[in-house]
Design a protein around this ligand. Sequence first.
Ligand code: SF4
Length: 328
Amino acid sequence: MRSFLQHDDSEITIQFYGGEPLIRIPLLEKIMDELPGIKHWSIQTNMINLHKLKPKYLRRLSSILASVDGRESITDANRGEGVYSKVLENCKLARKNGFTGDLVARMAVSEVADIYEEVTHLANLRSPGFNHIHWQLDSQWDDDPKARWKDFNYWVNNSYNPGITQLVQWWLENMQEGKIIGLVPFIPVMKSILDDSPSPLRCGAGLDSFAINPNGSISVCPISPEFAFSIVGDIQTSTPKSIRNSMKVTEPCPSCNIFGLCGGRCLFINQTKLWGAEAFKKVCGTVEYMVSELKAIKIEVQSLVEKGIIAKTEFDYPRFNNGCEIIP
Ligand code: SF4
């Protein structure tokens, strides 16, 4: 891996991802010890073993994406009893042990979630205080929508989209008080709206973000090592240059009206469409809805920037690819 990365002349971020990366802490520490010149280290973790990571490694992390889904009952419904309190306990301990980086609450949003309640709950916590909240819909990871959803359409129309409206309004009200709440899906999309500048696929999968799998193969995304389409090289014979921009999202994204703002949402889903084309479009409906709600406050946000109530630079997030997909 060292020799593969030596050929990369860009600023390198390495994110530990799984499964669960903290079940192999000695390997993680060895990698951090042996790879020189890495600009940012990041981890996406369920937080259960974070207390076992030595503070000297913890302090080198630029960001921690902590899996927590909102209120205690919701997190524990998704992840098991006691998980919420363990995550929060280890977040507090990370701060106590000197972690000063970006602490991101990384939510999986399922049918039990009320997006407004879950996000505001996490954003309002003070100890630990999360710097950012990110969420992704628990959709299209498997073949059968019915396996995990009773009624996805109903939930989108009656819970999720109305919750997004509430969240956008709450976000705006806080901006009017000079505070930008760190809602990851909103910030970079609002920046693109303000600047009228299109974005490529925001997570960078297949473009400048790749997963190195345990066997040395390289896939466009860490969730798809077992999908043949996803493998674009290996660390023995490929170079960073040879895999850069090796896969882009295909239709329907490039023809979509909001392609420049969405960027394509998720390369894996764009390629697999595990729920089928029709359900794919329904999930896109949530992106269209969020984008339209954000566009609706553009003038007010612009005015707050012009009056100096909020700084435009606060929309420059993430400063490096920290593994947040951005589009939920
Ligand atoms: S909304 Fe859907 S179709 Fe449009 S760019 Fe995003 S993922 Fe692609």
